[in-house]
Write a protein that binds this ligand. Structure first.
Ligand SMILES: Cc1cc2nc3c(=O)[nH]c(=O)nc-3n(C[C@H](O)[C@H](O)[C@H](O)COP(=O)(O)O)c2cc1C
Ligand code: FES
Length: 541
């Protein structure tokens, strides 16, 4: 569906709004390469300095398809973002829209000058409703909107597109001010609110409040786009709750040129997003309604309360926590554990019935977990991620270190065969006192233990032990192997290197704990170097 937009002929009329899915250079490149319907790629908002953003939870679902988020403008800062954007290979028929924000006019200009050489256009985030001192406060003042737009226009030669907040009495007045400042197009709208959502009596978002997006805000977004198009004569990028072809037609009728679809992509793998946009394009051409059936209204982000019944200390910094309930996880999936006031982190279930997990002390959250007393309450959401699915008759080999054993134990238990095809588990640790769950692993697999100091099993690295074992196997046996690696990143890379000496890439599956925040594919935090998102495309990639 060729679309003319600000001097470019684009391969498609869609975008994914800022801060959703296409939040890193590898993801943007993967979308450039594979999803032509998304003609405009919008980046996460970039500011003058790096910002870590808020602690998790950063996204919560208050009804199917309806969300509240407070990510906190996480970004690497303009200088570093420019380095990352410079690596992109932008096809002729795509438009890279870099979203920027600042705390005052000078900061907008500073970031604009740094990012402009790498962009086809700049979106001005004048509308974030939950980051103090940024965004919405400025976007509610027509004089400031005109001033910022004019200052950025004077500093760059590419199109400038202010993104407006719906949280104003008269959005047409703000759009007119933006155009008076020289805006080439308008994006509407950012999230509504802020609002708050509680679960078990506690605010879910660590920030307390956040911006609302998804299905629940569509009527407000549509009204805003209608008012913007009545007030100004320039192209409009529309977003806010859009998911079906019927929604797209409504926004096009209201005056939108580019259609942004964000929250509707919750829970979709990269391949599913490609299929969804392709179905949506076909719907528009053939006047059908098929894409809407691909939206994952079944994604469940609700929390179930669990009570700790046992805290078994393995050594100073490792514990196994056992809770009072079963969790329904399949091999390869993971869950989030939320402790209100402290945060939320992803865990593999070491066992599903009763739910237990392994924790290694790596920071504030895990330190608190290690010291948790029986009787303590926590909350679980999930499962998330894709279950693993080795071919029938394949022999499973797992390689793990640290908490990685938790990610592969259930997999070997549930998917392994018996007899000669019995799974082989390779478990590495610095020393004997850091090993756990050994008898349970022996009961379901042929277990190989390696310790760096030789205090138990093979004396040396687990990957050297793996190589020695693979050297004993025939070509037929090697062909039938399926590897699952999980543990510290250097160990996983070393395991992959050894496995590649003997087997093909399709036999090797690894889970590395890239930072995981939302767990449902939206925030982009968990991107792998090839642009896949671990929480939906993996965790075993
Ligand atoms: C998790 C999340 C992060 C977001 N981050 C940004 C951001 O960095 N900059 C911005 O301008 N808008 C941001 N937004 C707002 C979206 O770009 C979009 O305007 C809004 O979600 C409405 O579209 P939707 O209902 O299709 O999601 C974010 C929204 C979500 C859900
Ligand atoms: S996309 Fe948010 S954690 Fe994966």
């Amino acid at each position: 569906m060729k679309t003319e937009f600000l001097g470019k002929t684009l391969s498609g009329p869609f975008t994914i709004p800022s801060g959703i899915v296409t939040c890193s250079a590898p993801i943007i490149q993967a979308f450039f390469d594979a999803i032509p319907e998304v003609g405009v790629l919008t980046t996460k908002s970039i500011g003058p300095e790096p910002r870590l953003g808020y602690r998790e939870p950063v996204l919560s679902q208050y009804a199917p398809g309806c969300f509240v988020n407070a990510v906190g403008l996480t970004n690497p800062g303009a200088e570093q973002a420019a380095v990352l954007m410079a690596r992109l290979d932008i096809p002729e028929d795509r438009f890279l829209l870099i979203s920027i924000f600042g705390g005052n006019v000078d900061e907008y200009v500073q970031v604009a000058k740094i990012m402009a050489p790498f962009a086809d256009g700049l979106e001005l985030n004048l509308s974030c409703p939950h980051a103090k001192g940024y965004g919405m406060a400025m976007g509610q003042d027509p004089d400031l909107v005109r001033e910022i737009t004019a200052a950025v226009k004077a500093a760059v030669t590419i199109p400038v597109i202010p993104k407006l907040t719906p949280n104003v009495p008269n959005i047409g007045e703000i759009a007119a001010a933006a155009v008076a400042g020289g805006a080439d197009a308008i994006c509407g709208v950012n999230t509504v609110g802020p609002g708050q959502y509680n679960s078990h009596g506690q605010a879910v978002l660590s920030n307390g409040m956040g911006g609302m997006s998804g299905k629940g805000v569509l009527p407000i977004a549509l009204k805003c786009v209608d008012e913007i198009s009545n007030a100004v004569d320039c192209p409009i990028i529309a977003c806010g709750g859009i998911s079906s072809a019927d929604n797209v037609r409504s926004f096009q009728k209201a005056g939108a040129k580019i259609i942004g679809i964000g929250s509707a992509l919750v829970g979709m793998t990269t391949a599913q997003i490609g299929d969804y946009f392709s179905a949506l394009s076909s719907d528009l051409l053939a006047d059908t309604e098929k894409a809407e059936s691909l939206v994952r209204y079944d994604i469940d982000m609700s929390f179930d309360s669990v009570t700790l019944v046992k805290n078994e200390k393995i050594c100073d910094d490792i514990s196994i926590l056992t809770f009072n309930k079963k969790v329904g996880v399949q091999a390869g999936e993971f869950v989030f554990l939320w402790i209100p006031g402290l945060g939320e982190k992803p865990f593999s279930a070491l066992t599903d019935d009763p739910f237990s997990l392994v924790v290694i002390n790596l920071g504030t959250f895990t330190k608190t977990l290690i010291d948790l007393e029986p009787g303590a309450e926590a909350y679980v959401r999930g499962p998330h991620g894709m279950p693993v699915n080795p071919p029938e008759g394949a022999k499973i080999m797992t390689v793990s270190g640290g908490t990685g054993l938790a990610a592969v134990y259930q997999l070997a238990r549930d998917l392994g065969d018996e007899g000669p095809q019995c799974p082989e588990m390779f478990v590495g640790a610095r020393s004997d006192d850091r090993l756990y769950f050994i008898d349970e692993c022996k009961a379901i697999s042929t277990l190989h233990i390696a310790t760096d100091d030789g205090s138990r099993g093979y004396n040396g690295r687990v990957t050297d032990m793996l190589r020695e074992r693979l050297q004993q196997l025939s070509a037929n046996e090697l062909e039938n192997l399926y590897f699952y690696n999980c543990g510290p990143e250097p160990m996983v890379h070393a395991a992959i290197a050894v496995q590649k000496e003997f087997c093909g890439n399709h036999q090797i599956h690894s889970a590395i704990d890239y930072m995981t925040k939302c767990g449902v594919g939206i925030c982009g935090a968990c991107n792998a170097p090839d642009g896949r998102r671990l929480c939906v495309d993996g965790p075993f990639l």
